[in-house]
Write a protein of this length. Structure first.
Lengths: 573, 104
């Protein structure tokens, strides 16, 4: 029997975590003294280098969910987990080719700055802030609930306490240290996570003579060659295409990612940071996949799924098996730090949407004193932090996996189309942008609710269970009858044939019953698991049609200025 | 010695035109390459699972699907590298030229 201390309070993990918290709080104190203006608070005074920002971007993107989740998925599903990890990377080149430089050249603090560059400020900022806030809140809920569950598993802390600790630390970083502290927390965490995962992979590969061929050979022996082939993850090509679109273009619409481009001095550093980030994230996913296969072999699926059915503890269990309690403690602390860093980035992005876009842009019509804006940003930070804690506790025990899909679908549908069209299309108008954003936001949300992930798996959870029970009952009765008949069989071939016929008749009699029971299974109103293809398509279509119907001469006249600044960076802040 | 030009004049300048058209084509081509790369991979999974499931070499466990998936990740990164290389060596030179003309 495999011995594990996962699920109990682990003093070593707590010690490493306290060490992390103390050093990040020291950084926050240092950052607080440097955070005075809005430029400091939102954009770290544009003092972050391209390489540092690349690490921070990677930190923002490598959540605990991807670290623990992908390793878990690979350990339980094999190749399908690898497919999944590829999807998370491919958005980054898109960010670089289409978004990073114009975004940096045209904006100041938020992506709404770019969309509103030559359009009417108030309606655009209200719409863009809505898109940002919904993305931030759905992602925050998913992260908080995940945090509570994982911390409970790894540290043995109660769910609510874990959420309160996470929320309070995140408020402290953002409130006092703004973007400077958030960036450095992110960089430290990225280095720890990449370092920890690298050590774990080296230890894993050492067990296989540093040969991937040997690793896969053992995996095949234990779990057959099916484990190294695509399985059930991609069944419907349309669904896979739709999810792929949401992942690709959603990355280019995540407010906390977009906001990072304003922390570097210029467009050159912005594009460099994407190159660095893509490299680290890709490397990280390859490590995580290796950890997943290693855990399946060295720990075993039975043990992994015995601790957590989703396989989330595959990485920590492998660390424990190979590096003992010390390494498990280190990795658990790193996972906690990862959660903290990601929620801090999200909170800062949400706070900037509230203060920079809604308060200054909409309520104050663009005119507000620097001091006042920072004050509102700090109040928003506290408000969002408290909301995140409460929502995290409210959603305890809920299935929140769909929220991550929803986040990317909304980012790809509400934020990305308006951002892209505002950069490249002269005839894009305020009305076009506003309707495009709301169309993307509403379509993505409504379609997710009507999709199998929510409509069947959550809304009609009980009905699904009831149908399952009924089907099983029918199957059990038939099975019992068949077994009873089998027992009556004698050596006489004629009698055996007669009984076989009766068995066949019983089975046939059960078929219509089964069919009827299965017909009662609730069906999704919208067939796809991810609405990306429709919600993103609708946002582009509406944005184009409405713009063509509503000519805006002031916007067109400013396009030349925008174009010059977008390509060359003249006048960029 | 250069006088300050209006945005319109610079936009009509052949140097700016070459800069913007080069940037547009390279962005477009690389974006399409990335889309083909990823959705090509997804299409293989959807329509040709047996190919991905075939072994890399006789008697070995590793399937062709594994290097293809890892290759998709690595190639995506290489594409960002191609863009960086172009931007640092070509784009920035053109940007500098245009900026000098503007006099700023």
């Amino acid at each position: 029997m495999h011995q594990t201390i996962i699920g109990q309070t682990n003093p070593i993990a707590v010690m490493f975590f306290v060490l992390f918290v103390l050093s990040t709080l020291a950084i926050t104190y240092w950052a607080a003294k440097r955070t005075r203006t809005t430029k400091d608070f939102y954009a770290a005074g544009r003092s972050i280098t391209g390489f540092q920002n690349g690490l921070a971007l990677a930190g923002d993107y490598m959540s605990a969910a991807s670290f623990l989740g992908i390793a878990g998925l690979v350990s339980t599903k094999g190749y399908d987990g690898l497919i999944y990890s590829v999807g998370w990377l491919v958005g980054w080149p898109i960010v670089m080719f289409l978004i990073s430089e114009p975004l940096r050249n045209l904006g100041k603090y938020t992506f709404a700055d770019v969309v509103a560059y030559r359009l009417s400020q108030r309606p655009i900022r209200a719409a863009a802030a809505s898109g940002s806030l919904v993305v931030v809140l759905t992602y925050l809920i998913a992260q908080m609930v995940g945090a509570g569950t994982l911390i409970k598993l790894m540290f043995g802390l109660p769910f609510e306490l874990a959420i309160v600790i996470t929320g309070s630390l995140m408020i402290a970083y953002v409130l006092f240290g703004g973007m400077i502290a958030t960036t450095w927390v992110q960089i430290i965490k990225a280095v720890l996570l990449l370092g920890g995962a690298t050590i774990l992979v080296i230890m894993t590969l050492a067990q296989f003579g540093f040969s991937y061929g040997e690793l896969f050979g053992q995996a095949e022996k234990l779990y057959t060659s099916k484990f190294l082939e695509p399985g059930g993850l991609v069944t419907s090509p349309v669904d896979a295409f739709s999810l792929g679109l949401a992942l690709m273009f959603g990355t280019a619409g995540l407010p906390h990612i977009l906001m990072r481009f304003y922390t570097v001095p210029d467009a050159r550093a912005a594009r460099k940071s994407v190159f660095i980030a893509t490299g680290f994230i890709g490397y990280f996913y390859i490590l995580t996949v290796t950890i997943g296969f290693g855990a399946a072999i060295l720990v075993g699926q039975k043990v992994i799924m015995g601790i957590d059915a989703g396989g989330n503890m595959a990485g920590p269990l492998l660390a424990e098996a190979l590096g003992g309690n010390l390494f498990l403690g280190f990795l658990s602390a790193v996972a906690f730090a990862t959660i903290l860093a990601v929620v801090s980035g999200l909170t800062l992005a949400g706070a900037s949407a509230l203060s920079h876009d809604l308060f200054v842009g909409v309520i104050r019509r663009g005119v507000a004193a620097e001091k006042e804006e920072v004050k509102v940003a700090k109040m928003s930070t506290v408000g969002l932090g408290v909301a995140a804690i409460l929502l995290g506790i409210l959603f305890k025990g809920q299935n929140v996996a769909f929220l991550v899909g929803l986040t990317f679908a909304i980012a790809a549908s509400a934020n990305f189309p308006a951002l892209l069209m505002s950069i490249i299309w002269k005839k894009f108008t305020t009305k076009g942008a506003v309707t495009s954003i709301y169309t993307g936001l509403i379509t993505a949300t409504v379609l997710i609710i009507l999709s199998p992930t929510v409509w069947v798996d959550i809304v009609h959870k009980d009905a699904v269970k009831a149908v399952g029970k009924q089907v099983k009952a029918i199957e059990d009765t038939t099975k019992a009858k068949v077994e009873a008949l089998e027992k009556q069989k004698t050596a006489d071939p004629a009698q055996a044939a007669q009984i076989d016929a009766r068995i066949a008749a019983e089975k046939k009699a059960a078929e219509p019953q089964l069919k009827e029971a299965k017909a009662a299974m609730p069906k999704a109103i919208f067939p796809l698991k991810n609405p990306g293809i429709f919600s993103m398509g609708a946002a582009f279509l509406i944005g184009i049609l409405v713009s063509l119907m509503s000519r805006e001469e002031t916007a067109e006249s400013k396009f030349e200025d925008e174009k010059l600044r977008s390509y060359v960076g003249i006048g960029a802040e | 010695m250069s006088s300050k030009k209006s945005a319109h004049e610079i936009l009509e300048d052949p140097d700016f035109k070459s800069l913007s058209s080069q940037k547009n084509s390279i962005s477009l081509v690389l974006t399409i390459l990335e889309l083909v790369l990823y959705f090509g991979f997804i299409a293989l999974i959807a329509f040709n699972k047996p190919f991905l499931a075939s072994k890399l070499s006789e008697g070995k466990a590793t399937t062709i699907g594994i290097p293809i998936a890892v290759g998709t990740i690595v190639l995506s990164w290489v594409l960002t590298g191609v863009y960086i290389w172009w931007a640092n060596n070509k784009y920035d030179v053109l940007v500098k030229k245009v900026k000098e003309k503007v006099g700023g």
